[in-house]
Design a protein around this ligand. Structure first.
Ligand code: ADP
Ligand code: ZN
Length: 766
């Protein structure tokens, strides 16, 4: 590194701080390891230590303080790694993220490294144990349960939570979820319903979860053609694999990886939306590639994750499978990156850096000379537009494998005069209000035939909200402008934004009225209604409340796979990736949840969800049918899902995004201003928007327009008021310029907790 004689060599260091600059440090006199670009360094910073990344030689010209006085650089305290943690290719991708998403380089770098390497202490994965409760005695009959727990409702709640978690769950988590004292569990143990023991947190996270020895299928002609096209793709080429549900996309990915990894000796990354939700897909990769694969599961501890990271970094494993952050897997000589279900919004990180893993994958692959495969039955409008203009190469799997047909989809119209009663009809039972006659009939027939059903309701809890029958007031969260959801077992009002919980009230807080009504439907209530209507059916519920434990998702799905569940009920969690040939009925309890949200992607998300969940039916020789209950049967999201008409949906949806213009027609950045005081937040939003308008008037910003400011659709979250404005641009470059200038120069006052966040290519505007 260049330096004046006698001065210590200097290093440029990126730190994970919200500052758009790098720092110059002096190299230690005798560093433990070589100080090369990409190595982590421990440095002093304002009286504490920080972990940074060395970028290269430092510039002596930066060592000038106020008034031109020379500054003596602080020395790096330690160089802990023998090998640089950040490879040159990862450094390049982080530079791109910093630039495009307008975040400090150090923040992008921290996000690309495993937690074990970014904490202030060295990675020392140690063995941990925790206490686990196991259900010892099952009480199947609801009547029995009522009697046994008549005087111990807390024990019953604990029992049922344990049961919902597949019969086994960490004690700490159970008690935290229920907020009970440990004595409730003691009581349950004393009565012989549960046992408690210590369990070592497994070093091998997959111990005891053998991958099903799946039969190795021969690709069909269509699958083979797709594999050939991809394997022969040019360096950096992006493919959009549009394959209907059940068309065998997973096998295409696996065969591509055989070519890239086994034949050519290169490496590969497979991204899945949420790894806990897709155990079947992951198992197929494990069955095909055994321990050459590193699964970066969300349930791994930091130590386990670090082990997996190290195996990839050392080249011991050549394939990484994981969710969003697996796009940073430290693999060299990448040959392919697969992005399964590329339309999923979970690929976008919700906090800084707000990157989209699909976009990062494309940029990374281009630099590495790898191919990218974006797979989906319902591609995002952005990817579809890119395929249409020839930026991506479109490959299509138009039919299901093995001659299976797409299921028949029917709509049940819930409006008055259709499925609903006419005025004068006798009042209907709760069962009839939730399950229409056609759906009840289909469920009964499916049970009769000993086949399985999947029911979707995309709202957890018991009822959506509580409303006063006298003044109409809806109970809302004290921290957020969101109504509280009523939960049973345990009985609580819960905010799904900030997790605030409170006991249900017996009077209206506003008018003291005594008739508080529960409105709207949640999964807990549907579960109860199903149990009443079909007492013999074995029902499993899958939502955030039943899947807190480490392998809870996989355990519930394993039970479905073994035929121990007749009806699987759940939120959008059950819509993805599931492949059970004995599922012949899919019912959507309420297709309209979310369809009217004030967000330009609401229809697209609804269409995707309906198409995906419909795709779970009829994957075996028995065929299948889908029933969608809705009050909006003519909405294009519902209509096109009914007809399996992706192209029709895209045509109508794209027209709807022309005026006002939304992606994919324009590029978008959402600027959210938030703070603890409403007036200060609004004032700052006004000032920020004015600042950007003045900037654009002064400098000219061709094709960039500013819309707003306005309150966010959800005005308050976690005690913070929220305002926003949008930047729309025809060209991404212009948007980058304006955004960077704004984020780096606009000063946010240090009061009232004021903050400004820029979200480039937002997936939601709520
Ligand atoms: P998708 O992801 O496109 O919805 P999957 O990859 O889940 O579809 O495949 C659907 C089913 O078809 C799976 O059970 C899979 O094992 C099976 N399958 C895929 N390809 C073949 C093939 N070539 N021959 C026989 N079965 C296949
Ligand atoms: Zn809240």
């Amino acid at each position: 590194m260049s330096r004046p004689p006698s001065a210590p060599p200097l290093a440029e260091v990126a730190l994970p701080l919200p500052l758009f600059r790098t720092f110059t440090y002096a190299a230690p006199e005798a560093p433990r390891h070589a100080l090369v670009p990409g190595t982590r360094v421990v440095v002093p910073f304002h009286g504490r230590t920080e972990i940074g990344v060395c970028l290269g030689p430092g510039d002596p010209a930066t060592l000038v303080g106020k008034g031109g006085r020379p500054v003596v650089p602080k020395a790096i305290l330690d160089v802990p790694d023998a090998e640089p943690a950040v490879t040159p290719s990862l450094l390049a991708i982080c530079r791109w993220i910093a630039d495009y998403y307008v975040v400090p380089l150090g923040v992008a770098l921290r996000c690309a490294l495993p937690n074990a390497l970014t904490g202030a202490d060295a990675p020392t994965p140690t063995q941990r144990t925790h206490r686990v409760a196991t259900l010892a005695r099952h009480v199947e009959s609801l009547l029995h349960r009522e009697r046994i727990f008549a005087r111990a409702p807390q024990q019953r709640a604990l029992y049922e939570l344990l049961e919902a978690n597949g019969g086994r769950a960490p004690v700490g988590q159970l008690l935290e979820q229920l907020r009970f004292s440990p004595s409730v569990l003691k009581g349950l143990v004393a009565r012989g319903f549960a046992t408690v023991d210590d369990e070592v947190v497994a070093r091998d996270p997959f111990a005891g979860r053998a991958a099903a020895a799946a039969a190795r299928h021969r690709p069909t002609a269509e699958q083979q053609a797709a594999v050939e096209a991809m394997a022969g793709g040019g360096a950096g080429e992006t493919f959009l694999l549009h394959g209907v549900t059940g068309s065998g996309k997973t096998l295409v990915y696996i065969e591509l990886l055989r070519r890239v990894v086994e034949e050519r000796g290169r490496s590969a990354i497979v991204l899945v939306p949420e790894i806990a939700l897709t155990p079947q897909t992951v198992d197929r990769f494990r069955a095909a590639f055994g321990d050459r694969i590193a699964v970066l599961h969300s349930a791994l501890s930091d130590g386990e994750r670090y082990d997996a990271w190290l195996a990839l970094r050392r080249g011991e494993k050549r394939i990484a499978v994981g969710a969003r952050s697996a796009v940073f897997a430290p693999l060299e000589d990448l040959g392919a990156i697969v992005v399964d279900e590329e339309h999923e919004s979970s690929y976008k990180q919700g906090e800084s850096p707000r990157y989209h893993a699909r976009e990062v994958a494309i940029v990374r692959a281009r630099a590495a000379g790898a191919v990218v495969v974006l797979g989906s039955a319902t591609p995002s409008l952005e990817s579809w537009a890119n395929a249409t203009v020839g930026k991506y190469r479109l490959l299509t799997l138009p039919a299901r494998v093995g001659g299976a047909r797409l299921p028949r989809v029917d709509v049940v119209d819930l409006r008055v005069g259709q499925g609903r009663p006419r005025p004068g009809d006798a009042p209907r039972s709760p069962v009839d209000q939730v399950l229409s006659a056609p759906l009840q009939k289909a469920l009964a027939e499916t049970l009769e035939k000993e086949e399985q059903s999947i029911l979707l309701l995309n709202r957890r809890g018991y009822s959506a909200f509580v409303q006063c029958g006298e003044c109409g007031d809806v109970t809302t969260c004290p921290n957020c402008s969101i109504s509280l959801t009523y939960h049973r077992a345990p009985e609580r009002l819960v905010c799904h934004y900030c997790q605030h919980q409170e006991a249900p009230r017996d009077r209206c807080a506003r008018c003291r009225g005594e008739t508080l009504r529960q409105r709207g439907l949640g999964t807990q209530q549907v579960e109860r209604i199903l149990a009443e209507r079909y007492p013999a059916a074995r029902i499993a519920r899958m939502d955030v409340d039943t899947t807190g434990a480490k392998w809870a998702h996989a355990e519930i799905l394993d039970r479905v796979g073994r035929g121990e569940v007749d009806v699987l009920l759940g939120t959008q969690m059950i819509a993805k990736g599931l492949d059970f040939p004995n599922v012949t009925l899919v019912g959507v309890i309420d297709a309209d949840t979310g369809i009217n949200l004030p967000d330009f992607r609401a229809s697209e998300r609804c269409f995707q969800l309906l198409s995906q969940v419909a795709g779970r039916a009829g994957r075996g020789p028995k065929g299948g049918q889908v029933l969608i209950q809705t009050r909006l049967p003519t909405h294009h999201a519902v209509r096109c899902a009914l007809a399996h008409d992706y192209h029709g949906f895209v045509r109508e949806e794209a027209t709807g995004r022309e005026s006002p213009a939304y992606p994919p027609l324009v590029r978008l950045a959402n600027v959210v201003v938030s703070g603890l005081r409403e007036d200060a937040t609004q004032a700052l939003a006004d000032r920020a928007a004015g600042w950007v308008r003045a900037l654009m008037a002064r400098r000219g910003a061709a094709g960039v327009t500013l819309i707003g400011p306005a309150p966010c659709p959800v005005e308050r979250v976690k005690q913070r008021w929220r305002w926003h404005f949008l930047l729309k641009a025809e060209q991404p470059g212009e948007l980058t310029r304006v955004a960077r200038y704004f984020v780096q120069r606009f000063e946010v006052p240090k009061q009232h907790g004021l903050r400004v966040a820029l979200d480039r290519d937002p997936v939601a505007l709520l």
